[in-house]
Design a protein around this ligand. Structure first.
Ligand SMILES: [Zn+2]
Length: 560
């Protein structure tokens, strides 16, 4: 198979694509039987897969180096023309829901495609094309601003990645110095970050109001394609975390502080345990080390990983201009997802690589679906694919770590999985408040964040005054700028991933077979229905958050 670097790129001809899609939709509407409708839909798969393939390629090259003008221009073209493409997809969704063959088609395509088309359709209209373009432009500004951030040290400029490499994590003074430098770097762009966010909030609010939503929060839920629950369920879920998880995590950090013999556990100490050195991956490239993780894990992961390696659909290098963050994006014409990460050998990077390969395995397993809508799923489900994979690799990580380091890795992973829940809930509540009150000033937003930190993550102590202590941690969270309301999906998914981990410990066969069901059934049903098919408990069900938290707490007690 072709390697990623050799895949040709050709900017889509939007006029031609529009003509093709509109003709396809007309054929679908004119169908006289279910079969005619079915194959009219099928005929639109090629233009859809072609457009998505080019979009993924362009995004990949643009995010690998935001300073490369060619790809920045290409990506600007996508931002500019995306509303036209979205209009085609919305039009197709409306036709699907109006089809006289809807009931018969549902037997083949599942319910979810129809429901998702309905909710995402509510959040789109050509009336907001200008605002969408503006939103894309602001998002790109955020990426570029944070990707090119440098800080001066002894007369030389360092990127954030280079700064991390200079840090000796086992030395408290070194952590302190690096933390201060990192905050200094961000403080330089503080006003720009405020401006971009303020403009994003207002442009999104304008879109919501134009489309008749009370608040962008409601529109955000529709854009996320949420079909089975609303903001009341999410608020109750956040509350369960605040009440049931925050005190548990607080006690864990308190114990850590005592074990370390510190007066205060500063934020830069949070990943430091009394055992000293953080886990360090064995020598060698991550992709090679993981041959012995995904190989023995299962036949499915083995085949996927061999194919991924053969065609090199990934970029793990560190370079200036490369954006922060990681993703796995499908390249549908080549039936292989592309994985993006900056791999630095740290604990977080190993976890992220496992995470992205979980997304990758989902795309790969679904590569034979006749309809692209069935091979995609809402992100609450997709994040279970990835976060559960972070745990499924545990028994094989001796390929990456020494036994001693692996013990440390597992402890850190579990601790972070648990402490992530309150943090993620805080991010979600922050966004809900911000979009429900779009006229808040930047100062009011940072004050709100500090208040949420006090409630959800009371263990946070910032030693170095400046950026973070001002209530700005959310500004480092790409999702807050680029994908509002995505964040709670990680929290829901983590609750499910932890369930998978505990099941895996009891009965691997059962856990893996349920996971494969999850991968295959995602894209056909709502979030709750999909979970039902896998045997997982819904995070919204009473007592589930507490139960998962209790098991994690016991693990940490046993292994701490
Ligand atoms: Zn993910």
């Amino acid at each position: 198979m072709i390697q990623f670097k050799d895949v040709p790129y050709l900017r889509p001809d939007m006029d031609a694509l529009e003509r093709e899609m509109n003709a396809g939709i007309e054929r679908f509407k004119a169908a006289k039987s279910m079969e005619e409708a079915y194959f009219a839909l099928q005929a639109m798969e090629y233009p859809r897969r072609y457009y998505m393939t080019m979009a993924t390629l362009c995004e990949a090259y643009n995010t690998m180096d935001t300073n490369d003008v060619r790809w920045a221009d290409e990506w600007a073209w996508f931002d500019e023309t995306r509303p036209r493409w979205d209009a085609c997809i919305t039009c197709l969704g409306e036709a699907l829901n109006a089809s006289p063959f809807k009931e018969q088609l549902r037997v083949h395509l599942g319910d979810e495609m129809f429901r998702r088309a309905e909710v995402t359709g509510k959040a789109f209209s050509t009336e907001i094309a200008k605002e969408l373009e503006e939103e894309g432009r602001l998002s790109a500004q955020y990426s570029k601003l944070t990707a090119n951030l440098t800080v001066e040290l002894d007369g030389k400029q360092y990127t954030m990645g280079q700064l991390s490499k200079l840090e000796d994590r086992s030395d408290r003074d070194s952590r302190d110095r690096t933390d201060a430098l990192r905050q200094k770097a961000y403080a330089q762009i503080r006003d720009e970050l405020d401006r971009i966010y303020d403009e994003l909030v207002h442009v999104r609010d304008r879109m919501a109001k134009k489309l008749g939503f009370k608040s962008y929060t409601d529109m955000g839920y529709c854009r996320q394609g949420r079909t089975g629950y609303g903001r009341e369920e999410v608020a109750a879920f956040r509350r369960a975390i605040e009440v049931g998880i925050t005190p548990v995590v607080n006690a864990i950090f308190e114990k850590q502080r005592r074990d370390l013999g510190y007066d205060v556990l500063w934020t830069f100490d949070e990943e430091i345990e009394a055992w000293g050195q953080p886990p360090k991956a064995k020598a060698g490239s991550v992709e090679e080390l993981f041959d012995d993780v995904f190989g023995p894990l299962s036949p499915e992961s083995r085949f996927y990983y061999q194919e991924l390696r053969r065609c090199q659909f990934y970029d793990l290098a560190d370079r200036k201009g490369k954006i922060r963050g990681a993703y796995s994006n499908d390249v549908p014409l080549y039936r292989m997802p592309f994985i993006f990460e900056t791999f630095d050998g740290s604990y977080g990077a190993v976890k992220t690589f496992s995470h992205e390969c979980g997304h990758g395995l989902h795309s790969f397993i679904k590569r034979g679906e006749p309809f692209i809508d069935n091979s995609e799923a809402s992100s609450d489900l997709c994040e279970i694919h990835s976060m559960a994979m972070e745990f499924f690799v545990w028994p094989y990580l001796d390929a990456v770590y020494s036994p001693e380091d692996l013990r440390k890795y597992k402890y850190l992973h579990m601790k972070n999985a648990l402490s992530f829940l309150p943090y993620g809930a805080a991010v979600d509540e922050f966004q809900t408040e911000v979009y429900d009150h779009p006229d808040m000033t930047p100062a009011e937003r940072t004050a709100l964040w500090l208040e949420l930190e006090r409630r959800y993550t009371p263990w946070k102590r910032y030693k170095n005054e400046g950026f973070l202590s001002e209530g700005r941690k959310w500004q480092l969270q790409t999702h807050v700028y680029k994908w509002p309301f995505y964040y709670i999906d990680y929290v829901l998914a983590q609750t499910c991933a932890l369930q998978y981990h505990f099941l895996d410990e009891e009965d691997h066969e059962k856990a893996w077979s349920s996971y494969l069901t999850l991968l295959r059934e995602s894209g056909f049903h709502s979030f709750d229905k999909t979970l039902e098919l896998t045997g997982l408990e819904s995070p919204f069900a009473p007592g589930v958050v507490e139960k998962v938290g209790e098991k994690a707490r016991k693990f940490l007690e046993r292994n701490g």
